[in-house]
Write a protein that binds this ligand. Structure first.
Ligand SMILES: Cc1cc2nc3c(=O)[nH]c(=O)nc-3n(C[C@H](O)[C@H](O)[C@H](O)COP(=O)(O)OP(=O)(O)OC[C@H]3O[C@@H](n4cnc5c(N)ncnc54)[C@H](O)[C@@H]3O)c2cc1C
Length: 399
């Protein structure tokens, strides 16, 4: 395994760190950052700053306007950007757009890429990914998908009509593009199964019913309930092939889980730095907090958790760069990192005492952000369950 960081990547990492320090940290308390992420105006200003710094969409291929980073490159740059979550929005590497761009780059045809990937990579538009449904529909178990896509009646056009309800859809408000997962009803024109469709969000038949109040606050547009009511899409809206939706969802998810780990690792490092600084300066019972074993050990545990996350991310990124699907490893990385990152932020808050729960540092905000990470992109229990299945079947991952 080669974990060498080439000079070019090191330079990009430094540039990202400078960008975070000089452009993003001073803007973190901007009033246009509300309970559902930055306003559209603020987001566009941030994107313009990243564009100016040559840091926009580093994960996208150069032909589409990005910097063409591989997975290991992303591990380095996304962690650096994650130090200030607003930087990941500025650099266009936040969820769900980052993973959606990856999916389009892998699966979309040339025309779809021109229509959607190019403006997404330029930060001119946003997108959302519609998979989850309220009970009894698809959640932790995607096979419970209830949204249907059927061929339009009395039509030679090959159009589809989509009906269903989606929820927890990040960024639906303000998005231009929706990627919708729907199951095909028995269809003489194509195999049954799930299919992904690309459609403009302003198409008749897409109704945003409400934006949910949620614990987290950084994700642009928040999380919405969306009703799809007789949404008609042309055959050219099919992403890839009819009936292949679940396969593409897996192709999207393995790297998407890992990029969440990368970004939140940077955020956890920030919380740890703030706690360490406090433990050095604040005294109690005649000495700095950090010299009390109880506090020192929390910092040591943070350090070890951060180290474990980085190694796990790097190893999985390396596998993906070798062309492996790394489903098992990305599952393990997701559980290891989401839980370790949660512990780091939680301990950092404890070290800060009362200050930790105030908005005088970013730690309280990060605390709210990292908790949902143990649920989205597969709850920890579902990953453990699937890891266990594999262990029982094969005896575990090859060493
Ligand atoms: C912040 C956030 C953003 C999201 N953004 C999007 C988005 O943009 N698009 C989208 O489509 N979805 C999105 N989701 C939805 C997310 O993918 C689902 O919440 C997740 O897949 C779990 O589904 P569910 O909420 O229906 O949980 P349920 O399926 O109701 O499961 C509830 C709990 O049951 C337990 N459980 C389930 N199965 C098992 C099992 N086999 N073994 C043991 N325990 C189990 C787990 O503890 C799980 O948390 C988002 C969610 C969050 C929190």
């Amino acid at each position: 395994m080669d974990f060498t960081i080439p000079d070019e990547l090191l330079e990009l990492k430094k540039r990202t760190e400078n960008f975070v320090r000089q452009e993003i940290l001073p803007r973190e308390n901007d009033r246009r950052l509300g309970p559902h992420g930055p306003s559209d105006e603020f987001r566009r200003e941030l994107v313009a700053l990243a564009r100016q710094a040559g840091l926009l969409s580093p994960h996208v291929g150069r032909e589409w306007g990005g910097l063409g980073l591989d997975h290991r490159g992303k591990a380095v740059v996304f962690e650096a950007a994650g130090y200030a979550p607003l930087a990941t929005i500025a650099m266009n590497i936040f969820a769900p757009d980052e993973a959606n761009m990856h999916l389009l780059e892998q699966v979309a045809d040339q025309q779809q890429k021109e229509e959607w990937l190019r403006p997404l990579a330029a930060g001119d538009i946003r997108s959302c990914f519609m998979m989850t449904e309220p009970p009894p529909g698809a959640g932790a178990d995607p096979s419970m998908l209830l949204t249907t896509a059927r061929r339009a009646e009395s039509s030679n056009s090959g159009d589809f009509v989509i009906d269903g309800t989606k929820w927890l859809i990040t960024g639906a408000v303000g998005a231009d593009l929706a990627i919708i997962m729907a199951k095909n009803e028995s269809d003489p024109l194509g195999p049954a199964g799930a299919t992904m469709f690309l459609t403009p969000m302003n198409a008749p038949g897409i109704h945003i019913e409400r934006v949910l109040g949620t614990l987290d606050q950084y994700m642009t547009g928040g999380h919405a309930v969306v009703r799809l009511d007789g949404l008609r899409v042309p055959e050219s809206a099919v992403l890839g092939r009819v009936g292949e939706g679940f396969r593409y969802a897996q192709a999207r998810l393995a790297p998407a889980r890992l990029t969440h780990c990368m970004r939140w690792l940077g955020a956890a490092r920030r919380a740890h730095d703030i706690a360490t600084d406090y433990a050095r300066r604040r005294t109690a019972f005649g000495k700095p907090l950090g010299e009390h074993e109880g506090v020192g050990f929390m910092l040591a545990d943070n350090e070890m958790d951060l180290h474990t996350c980085r190694l796990t991310i790097w190893h999985t990124a390396w596998l993906l760069d070798q062309g492996e699907r790394a489903r098992h490893e990305s599952s393990m990385a997701k559980v290891i990192c989401s839980e370790a990152i949660w512990r780091v932020v939680d301990r950092s808050m404890q070290v800060l005492g009362g200050l930790g729960i105030t908005d005088d540092t970013i730690v309280a905000r990060l605390f709210r952000e990292v908790r949902p990470f143990r649920i989205y992109d597969g709850p920890s229990e579902v990953h453990r369950w699937s890891i266990a299945q594999r262990v029982l079947r094969t005896g575990g991952a090859p060493q």
